[in-house]
Design a protein around this ligand. Structure first.
Ligand SMILES: C[S@@+](CC[C@H](N)C(=O)[O-])C[C@H]1O[C@@H](n2cnc3c(N)ncnc32)[C@H](O)[C@@H]1O
Length: 332
């Protein structure tokens, strides 16, 4: 067989892709990365620390070696730098809860063939409703993925030195942008617009830091709530555009434009695909999540954002890569 002939190897890996979700979520749930970091480095030690079987610990370790999250040296296991940075508990950017959430959601994918036929969700569990228990779990778990992005945005916008600015975070969720930015800029104030149960979570999370007195919440639906006029220096719209259709995104961008002071910046963060939809890989895959869970959502193209922002009155639009699969857009 010549070396450039196709083999079944990659398709076997893809078809069993759920092994990775399962191993990662189960290892995180057993705090294996945290125990490895603290020095436990064999299956029996890890089993004892995690309260799991030795056979189970060895199986997880085998899987984690295959997934390049754990390295084996002379019979002793240790985290790779990636696992140390993003899977050891107690750090703001730790994705451990997120991996467990994705494992819990994995069963929903069995309805994808039906969803594809129907062209949208086939259960009531869409993301756009206030009382969806989905949010209670998603919001704290996804906070970690916004940590590097909010940090990069703060750097690019020089927020630490921006003085007494006011920030509106639309659908702010955990309040992670406010938590990071208010810590960096001790004179800034932030307002988060989200549903009441989510704002309660955000208030609780921000009360753990020293910024709660500069954080205010507005309870409500962002489609129907007024954002104010020339009130804010920065408006944030992070991981919202993908759940909304074109008309709603334009309407929300227009309200953000009205709410900004002259010279203010709308900060959008989302998974954005190239104009010809040939990449990048993560945003292309994420479109399936929106088909499964939202009535009109998608991963939108750069040109969509440019078009919608222009219609909403913005003139200066720039795109910025981040250390995550998400892209930042600044619009003025
Ligand atoms: C995917 S999360 C993004 C959270 C946060 N912005 C981030 O980037 O980490 C979406 C957030 O929007 C909120 N949300 C969705 N639809 C909403 C609506 N119609 N009105 C108010 N909040 C909404 C949800 O409660 C949730 O907190």
């Amino acid at each position: 067989m010549s070396s450039n002939q196709p083999t079944p190897d990659r398709i076997m890996h893809l078809a069993n892709g759920y092994w990775a979700t399962g191993i990662l979520g189960a290892a995180a749930g057993a705090s294996l990365f945290t125990h490895l970091e603290a020095g436990a480095d064999t299956a029996d030690q890890l089993a004892a620390k995690a309260g799991i079987s030795e056979r189970g610990a060895q199986t997880l370790l085998d899987g984690l070696v295959s997934l390049d999250l754990v390295e084996l040296h002379n019979g002793h296991y240790r985290n790779t730098p990636e696992a140390t940075t993003y899977l050891v508990e107690g750090q703001p950017a730790c994705l451990s809860s997120f991996t467990q959430l994705k494992l819990a959601h994995m069963g929903n994918l069995t309805s994808l063939p039906e969803v594809v036929r129907a062209g949208g969700p086939v259960t009531d569990a869409t993301v756009e409703v206030a009382d969806n228990p989905h949010w209670q779990h998603v919001v704290p778990a996804i906070a970690a993925q916004s940590v590097p992005v909010a940090t990069v945005a703060a750097d690019l916008l020089h927020l630490a030195d921006a003085g007494e600015i006011s920030i509106l975070d639309i659908g702010g969720g955990s309040g992670i942008y406010s938590a990071i930015w208010l810590e960096l800029n001790t004179t800034a104030h932030a307002t988060q617009l989200d549903w009441e149960p989510i704002n309660t979570i955000a208030r609780r999370l921000l009360a753990e830091g020293a910024v709660a007195d500069r954080f205010t919440c507005i309870d409500g639906d962002f489609h129907t709530t007024d954002f104010g006029t020339t009130t804010y220096d920065i408006v944030v719209y992070s991981h919202i555009a993908h759940q909304e259709g074109p008309e709603d995104n334009i309407a929300l961008f227009a309200k953000a434009h009205t709410a900004l002071k002259p010279g203010g910046t709308l900060v959008i963060c989302d998974y954005i695909v190239n104009d010809d939809r040939n990449g990048p890989p993560f945003p292309l895959l994420f479109a399936s999540e929106m088909l499964l869970k939202s009535k009109q959502g998608n991963t939108w193209r750069r040109t969509d954002y440019q078009d919608w922002l222009t219609k909403a009155g913005f003139e200066d639009i720039s795109f910025h890569p981040t250390p995550s699969p998400a892209t930042l857009i600044f619009a003025r």
